[in-house]
Design a binder for this molecule. Structure first.
Ligand SMILES: [Zn+2]
Ligand SMILES: [Zn+2]
Length: 343
């Protein structure tokens, strides 16, 4: 069997990627695969594996020859289980990559790209330590997207970390075009140079505008942990959505930024426990429901979940769409049974 270049892509599909970012990620990853498939040397040598992580890690593409790799559409889920993704990576490195033997050379040094926009929600240091013992040891590049990334986590995983702070333009497709060019050039280099130790160079092909190699001495400042996601259910349609807020550390005030419908399969396989108790007195903004246009939300004191409501709805009763508990219509400006703690 000819020597292969294993290329692993670990993609964060957590809730914070909801909406445009995940759509861009889908598009960018698709284009990257198409570009790699046009590179004859990459087609000859490269085998790809895609691992996604949110509440759990999944492997939509097990290590497969590039030609046969087709990425299914990615959709967001709760959580950022980076540790589980690293564990899955280690298992595939152990089981799927051909090791050197006295008779023959094994696969080339595997290349791994970890793309994330947040902070891990599971234990990741243990899995990282285990990964450090993987043979062959992979060459890892981390990519932090957006302004919520914990760069101290990423730089612990790899000194080769790239920051991609601004996700509002076409930075993600451009960056993935850079990845395909870079990994494509790398596949040519390993085949012609034969270097076992050869690693992906971040400098060989200039990074696209907006992407920067992270300086280990001076990590980029981010708003890590400022955003909170409040899960709610529409009382009229029964559909789930999330209210993205920004929390002010000093005052505890959280301002509504955006409401977004959640995909039907969002809670699939996830523990969809009750929303964390929120203090509505600290909420600022309209908190609209994206389904019925209701302009506010309540907290059900019975099942501890959130649901939409309209402050101007004249109906005398409010029914919780989660547990069917019936509440009397709250006074104007007030809300159903509340909890005064948050977090
Ligand atoms: Zn609604
Ligand atoms: Zn309820």
């Amino acid at each position: 069997m000819p020597r292969r270049l294993p290329f692993y892509l670990l993609l964060d599909i957590s809730e914070s990627m909801i909406g445009e970012p995940v759509a861009k990620l889908n598009e960018a990853a698709k284009r990257m695969f198409a570009a790699l498939k046009r590179n004859p040397l990459a087609m000859d040598t490269m085998h790809v594996c895609v691992i996604t992580f949110a509440n759990v890690a999944r492997m939509p593409i097990p290590l497969t020859e590039l030609n046969l790799a087709n990425l299914p559409p990615l959709s967001v889920r709760p959580g950022t289980a980076l540790g589980a993704a690293l564990t899955m990576l280690k298992k595939s490195l152990d089981e799927d990559v051909v090791k050197n033997s006295p008779e023959a050379k094994g696969d080339y040094k595997p290349v791994v790209f970890v793309v994330t926009d947040g902070e891990p929600t599971d234990e990741w240091l243990g899995p990282l330590k285990a990964l450090e013992n993987a043979r062959p040891r992979p060459d890892i590049v981390c990519v932090g997207c957006g302004d919520e990334v914990n760069f101290s986590v990423l730089t612990r995983i790899s000194e080769k970390t790239v920051s991609l702070v601004d996700l509002t333009d076409d930075s993600l497709p451009k960056f993935f075009a850079w990845v395909s060019a870079s990994v494509g050039a790398h596949s040519e280099a390993v085949v012609s140079g034969g270097g076992e130790r050869r690693v992906v160079s971040l400098e060989k092909i200039p990074l696209p505008a907006g992407a920067k190699k992270v300086n280990l001495e001076k990590l980029p400042e981010t708003a890590g942990g400022k955003r909170i996601f409040l899960h709610s259910k529409c009382g009229k349609t029964g559909k789930h959505y999330t209210m993205i807020c920004e929390r002010d550390e000093k005052t505890g005030i959280y301002r509504h930024r955006k409401s977004h419908p959640l995909p039907e399969n969002f809670f699939e396989g996830a523990a969809s426990g009750p929303a964390r108790p929120v203090n509505i007195a600290l909420a600022r903004g309209a908190f609209p429901c994206p389904f019925c246009g209701g302009n506010s939300f309540c907290f059900c004191g019975s099942c501890r979940n959130l649901f939409c409501r309209d402050r101007h709805d004249p109906a005398p009763k409010v029914v919780c769409p989660h547990c069917r508990e019936v509440f009397g219509r709250p006074a104007e400006g007030g809300d159903a049974v509340m909890d005064d703690s948050m977090g």
